[in-house]
Ligand binder design. Structure first.
Ligand SMILES: [Zn+2]
Length: 238
């Protein structure tokens, strides 16, 4: 009886500790949607420069798979891995079914969620089939827009890029800062955009069409994210 009481008290203490340290929120943004959105929006708060909300993304040169379908599938796999690792996840979309919401709307979802990381998942396209490899985009420094998220975003970009390259084995194209990305400039939380590979490169398109490689991509994204959150990456599985 006494042991039961002690066990119950310990359980209460543990529950209290869990409440005291809420798990972080990661907002996953699968790139694009079923349809492009050619309306324009300001590239940053108060800016007179406007850009198209969403050009629609690229497509597999061999498989014909559309980028919005690839990014959603990898993102849903990533959501499962992160949830299993104890991270709360908010998705900007869970279906590929309508007109793209544009980039301000995506950033606002991340801001409202108080995201520890706003992780945008894309695949690249180029006019030449030889372009290949993985790269990660991160906000350039601009006072009033990205000064608050510049450093943590760069750190997240380095960690996630390294883990995705390790997981996929595509060439490492490094990290690039962007000044004119609407989804970066409107974000008040750390934000990165991972270009997994080139769907216009036959080998990378074929690879990214398989469940095995999509799972690897999700594991790489998960591991880099957990490292950024200060959690053991082994919790993503293999
Ligand atoms: Zn894209």
């Amino acid at each position: 009886m006494r042991a039961l009481v002690v066990a119950a008290a310990a359980a209460t203490l543990l529950a209290g500790a869990a409440r005291a340290a809420p798990s972080p929120v990661v907002v996953i943004d699968p790139g694009h949607d079923a349809q492009a959105n050619l309306a324009t929006e300001p590239i940053g708060p108060g800016s007179a420069t406007r850009k198209i909300e969403d050009g629609g993304g690229t497509r597999g040169v061999v498989t014909g798979i559309r980028e919005p379908d690839l990014t959603l599938d990898v993102s849903l796999r990533l959501r499962s891995l992160l949830r299993d690792a104890g991270v709360r996840v908010v998705m900007t979309r869970t279906r590929t079914a309508g007109k793209s919401m544009g980039n301000i709307a995506r950033a606002r979802i991340a801001n409202r969620a108080g995201a520890a990381l706003f992780l945008r998942v894309h695949a690249d396209g180029a006019s030449v089939a030889s372009a290949r490899g993985t790269h990660t985009l991160t906000p350039a420094y601009r006072r009033g827009w990205t000064d608050d998220v510049y450093r943590p975003s760069r750190r997240a970009a380095s960690l996630v890029q390294a883990d995705v390259v390790r997981a996929l084995g595509f060439p490492d194209r490094g990290i690039q800062e962007h000044l004119d990305f609407t989804g970066f400039n409107w974000a008040d939380v750390p934000v990165i955009l991972v270009e997994l590979g080139f769907m216009t490169n036959p080998a990378e398109d074929r690879a990214l069409a398989t469940g095995t490689v999509r799972h690897r991509a999700a594991v790489g994204l998960c591991r880099g994210t957990l490292r950024f959150l200060g959690r053991p990456p082994a919790r993503c599985g293999i």
